[in-house]
Ligand binder design. Structure first.
Ligand code: BDR
Ligand code: CA
Length: 313
């Protein structure tokens, strides 16, 4: 199997950090061309710093990390310090990065990478608000047909919402950007809350990661310990959902997940349901399918994969 070329578009975020680590630990499956940062969980200055902290933690300072859009397409930025802490990476005590940001804007890196690679060979992996991806599609409409696939974390159907009663954070922060992406015609795989709320870092699972006895294992365990307190209080759940790593796990082992190829549209008009992913799960409309919306995951298989891969770093 040749490694799939990917760009991770991200707003780290502890779960984003674990997604980046999983990708960096799996070079036979994914060839990480670059990391593009966006404002989301915390402002851009912190997300673009946190991505570099994680590359250095993994011993991979050569991965180019680009700063992207500072705010959503048409609205004020909403952040999530109440979940991720003031830095976005609260939990472990990690040093500031010494590697610089790569030159240029994240959006231009996405455009240039898609133009300079053969059509259908680069996969986009957005795990934050979709501002950078939508901006790239608007600025360079020719690139959409060159994307192999978009595999993203965002949205919900049965779980409905986490930041409002009807919206998931990544889509809610920039619904106009999500609308551009879901209308782009690019093949899309969605990891919604329906899946990620089943991928819970229970104490046993976190202890297995901590017991790796490596700086990476310890940092991940401390990150998820921090992250967990919020979900335990909110949902009473047994551990934090590892949302974003589902995207990378899908690229490595797609059979861990299953879902339906359906129509998904984004609410951009109603304040009450702003950012809702209206997924036609029961296929009650004749709107054309535009996304594979995942619903099920083999959670023990996911954690076996994650633990085995983190042990490599
Ligand atoms: C998503 O929002 C962020 O807080 C997480 O990093 C994840 O990407 C979950 O709703
Ligand atoms: Ca994220």
């Amino acid at each position: 199997m040749t490694a799939r070329k990917i760009i991770i578009d991200t707003d780290p975020g502890q779960d984003d950090a674990v997604a980046i680590l999983l990708a960096l630990a799996s070079p036979e499956a994914v060839d990480l061309l670059g990391i593009t940062c966006v404002a989301g969980n915390v402002p851009l200055s912190l997300t673009s710093k946190n991505a570099r902290i994680i590359c250095e933690l993994a011993g991979k300072p050569e991965v180019p990390v680009f700063a992207g859009c500072e705010r959503p397409l048409g609205r004020e930025l909403v952040t999530a310090e109440h979940v991720h802490g003031r830095t976005g990476l609260d939990g472990p005590d990690l040093p500031d990065p010494t590697m610089p940001l790569a030159d240029g804007h994240a959006v231009d890196f996405i455009i240039d990478t898609l133009r300079s690679n053969p059509a259908g060979t680069v996969t986009l992996c957005p795990i934050g608000p979709l501002t950078n991806i939508a901006t790239a599609f608007r600025k360079a409409p020719d690139i959409a047909e060159k994307v192999q696939e978009i595999v993203l974390m965002g949205g919900a159907y049965f779980e409905v919402g986490n930041v409002t009663p009807t919206a998931e954070f990544n889509i809610y922060v920039d619904p106009e950007a999500a609308d551009v992406v879901f209308r782009s015609g690019v093949p899309i795989v969605v990891m919604p809350l329906d899946v990620t709320h089943k991928v819970l870092v229970t104490r046993d699972r976190n202890d297995r990661i901590r017991d790796l006895g490596t700086p990476v294992g310890l940092a991940v365990a401390q990150m998820t310990d921090f992250f967990e307190r919020f979900d335990r209080e909110k949902y009473g759940s047994d551990g934090a959902p590892l949302h974003d790593p589902c995207v990378i796990a899908y690229l490595i082992r797609p059979k861990l997940f299953s879902g339906r190829h359906v129509n998904v549209e984004i609410e951009t008009g109603s304040e009450l349901t702003m950012g809702m992913t209206v997924a036609d799960w029961w296929q009650v409309t004749d709107r054309p399918a535009n996304a594979t919306f995942m619903g099920h995951v083999d959670a023990p298989g996911f954690f076996d994969l994650l633990t085995e891969r983190l042990a490599r770093l």
